[in-house]
Design a protein around this ligand. Sequence first.
Ligand code: ZN
Length: 248
Amino acid sequence: MKILILSPHMDDAFLSLGGFVSRLSMLHDFEILNIFSYDPWVLDDFKTTNKMENINIRKKEEMLNASIAGIKTNFLDLPAGWKERGYSKWQTNVDRKIDKKILIEVFNYLEKLVAFFDLIFSPLGIGGHVDHKLIRGIACKLTLSKIFYYEDLPYAVEKDFFRYVDNFRKKQCLLNHVFFLNNKEIKKKEVFVRNYKSQLTKEEMELVMRYTRGEIDHKISKTSSEIIWTYKDNIPKIKNLQDYKKDE
Ligand SMILES: [Zn+2]
């Protein structure tokens, strides 16, 4: 199977689906597409005065994880919404005036890509990040038999942030599938998460891992897992993927 993960920024795919990737990367062809990779945002300790330098710090983190996982990661280098495209905050609705060109450009690009992949993973939009919502909005207009949504981390650790996906989940009639992870996969995900040093504080990394291990109250599953949301008819496809390799 050919699997494409749409990553709004240069960390979303591994933070949200690192366990899923680590289990399946030996069996399937994975590709990550980092869409808004012109994004110089880094934690203060990493900040330089040069935007490109900041962007390259992030690219290196992403490429390191891709090489550990043995998968491809590509960069579309579109500007991030917050600051780079003119949004004054990150948690907001997509503004069709600001993003008229980007919406058409990304839709046309992805529409052509769909034919080359069997499954496509989009952010669900937990947390309400404008770039995540933009990608989700396009994903749900592509071939739905191929579309799956992942829970956006680190945002999913905040119970309150799920309100950003209530309407979407209802409107799209999404069901969830709990993708269980074994200890080895959890350890591998932890390596991925800890490599995003320019993006997450130690506390945030720990929260991402606690959520993944099912230790955060509001998570659907209390076991180590990543939760995937999709349309009813797509659930068997994700179940079949998992059957390739049993827990050790
Ligand atoms: Zn993001």
